[in-house]
Design a protein around this ligand. Structure first.
Ligand code: FE2
Ligand code: FE2
Length: 475
């Protein structure tokens, strides 16, 4: 279906013929804008930002670039094209025609999955709302805002499904998505990592590397869903999501690059000396990796989960790249190896594959993340330095699942509470780290200029030259 780009809500779901849903979305719209103005990027709502906007679902030309004030961004409802004759790809309904309406018996399960996914989208905008004030360049400022407006669009994507398919309850959930607040005492967002602070740009790049990648894995699993509108929504969201991880991964890579350059020219690896020279020591970068990686692993939930088994069996949430896997897509007779904590020891156990789907998705996430770490290490290698960054062991610093009850160092050695307390500051960012970073974060707003602690990108956005004014700020 073609994209109607001219109305209040750009869409390719035929909103003009679907008046009840159109009305529901239009009455939700002012509340969304209030939320955006209250909780979106602080201090830059009048700036002109060079943003991409989704205007089509054709993979070759789905976005257009141009200067936009963020509150005027065209947040639309876009579904990837329907696949003719699509069938449910897994679970006990495998081979039946994909559902175009919500199957009654799975209504509650589907609604819950939509709300959990939907809740993460505005949460990250809230977490990142103060970062504009300390952006290291206009290029980075623009990337932050691009991520923010697209998370806003992802909220629209989930709200559309709630309002179209879940009646009164769906409309109530859509309202609640605007009412919860990241980190709020009484009405927080639903998942732990989305209530943490993202107080600085190193945190932002780590968050977009790791936590947005959790988003990618969840969306990829939902893109396999037998509920076709969800599948199509998630497939299109994944197109946008790739850029978020690009922002994170290249952001950290550019920080590492700058640090290595100064390590070489100053001939030192001493953190205090490097900090005095205005770059972030690799030790601190490693501690930030440990923090954000472990917080993100928690998002995958318990390693062994009947909810995940039920959602798979029902045909609602699949595995990562389900359609590329060669097995019976039923998993009733299969097992999967899971790391467990038994009698205070970390052991691998074979468990029924259906109950281990969270673990499996987490393993896929870890494999996907490895590539990013390798690229960061390539930067260090190219600089001729011996240090390497690593991902911590899955048992390190966990609050959910098998390892929540124990303490382990980043290598996976189990520690007593006393050992943990004595060594915690080796593993995770400290108050002194936070103070240093907070001090270091000073805004750079001249086109083509970059803060001392980050290298310029290799290429511009949309082929723009190095000194392009990605954000026009009006005082
Ligand atoms: Fe998102
Ligand atoms: Fe994202």
């Amino acid at each position: 279906m073609d994209v109607d780009y001219d109305g209040l809500i750009p869409n390719n779901v035929g909103l003009n013929q679907d008046l009840a849903v159109k009305k529901a979305l239009e009455s939700w719209h002012p509340g969304y804008l209030d939320w955006w103005n209250d909780m979106g990027p602080e201090g830059f709502q009048d700036a002109l930002v060079y943003l991409r906007t989704a205007v089509s679902v054709d993979p070759k030309g789905w976005a257009k670039f141009g200067y936009v004030k963020m509150p005027d961004y065209k947040w639309g409802v876009l579904l990837a094209p329907a696949v003719e004759g699509r069938t449910i790809p897994f679970g006990k309904h495998k081979g039946e025609p994909a559902w175009q309406e919500v199957p009654g018996e799975y209504r509650a399960m589907l609604r819950r999955l939509l709300v959990i996914q939907g809740d993460t989208e505005p949460a990250s905008v809230e977490q990142q709302r103060y970062l504009g004030a300390t952006a290291p360049s206009l290029y980075d400022l623009r990337n932050l805002f691009q991520v923010n407006v697209e998370e806003g669009r992802h909220l629209w994507a989930m709200v559309y499904l709630l309002q179209k398919y879940f009646g009164t309850q769906g409309r109530e959930e859509a309202e609640d998505l605007l009412n919860r607040r990241s980190g709020h005492q009484d009405n927080p967002r639903m998942l732990g990592a989305f209530n943490e602070r993202t107080p600085d740009w190193l945190s932002f790049f780590m968050f977009t590397t790791f936590t947005d990648r959790d988003g990618k894995m969840q969306l990829a699993a939902l893109a396999q869903s037998g509920f076709d509108p969800l599948s199509r929504t998630c497939r299109f969201m994944l197109t946008e999501e790739a850029h978020h991880m690009f922002v994170g991964e290249t952001g950290v890579a550019r920080i590492v690059e700058k640090t290595c350059e100064i390590m070489k020219s100053a001939g030192t690896a001493d953190p205090a000396t490097l900090r005095a020279l205005g770059v972030i020591d690799l030790d601190l970068i490693q501690r930030k990796i440990n923090l954000h990686y472990s917080l993100t692993l928690d998002l995958f939930g318990n390693e062994i989960s009947t909810n995940a088994a039920n959602a798979y069996n029902a045909g609602i949430k699949g595995r990562y790249r389900e359609d590329k896997l060669a097995d019976d897509h039923g998993l009733l007779n299969d097992t999967y190896p899971v790391l467990r904590c038994i009698d205070g020891k970390i052991v691998e156990q074979s468990v029924p594959a259906l109950s281990a789907l969270n673990m499996r998705l987490r393993d896929d996430f870890m494999a996907d993340t490895d590539g990013g770490i390798m690229r960061w290490n390539k930067v260090i290698e190219r600089a001729g330095l011996d240090v390497r960054l690593t991902l911590p062991h899955v048992a390190h610093h966990r609050q959910i699942g098998e390892f929540a009850a124990i303490k382990a160092d980043p290598a996976g050695n189990i520690l007593t509470d006393a050992e943990w307390a004595a060594r915690r500051d080796e593993f995770l960012p400290t108050a002194a780290d936070a103070a240093f970073i907070a001090d270091l974060m000073q805004p750079v707003q001249q086109p083509g200029e970059y803060a001392s602690w980050i290298a310029p990108p290799k290429t511009g956005i949309d082929g723009k030259p190095g000194d392009f004014e990605y954000v026009q700020i009006f005082e």
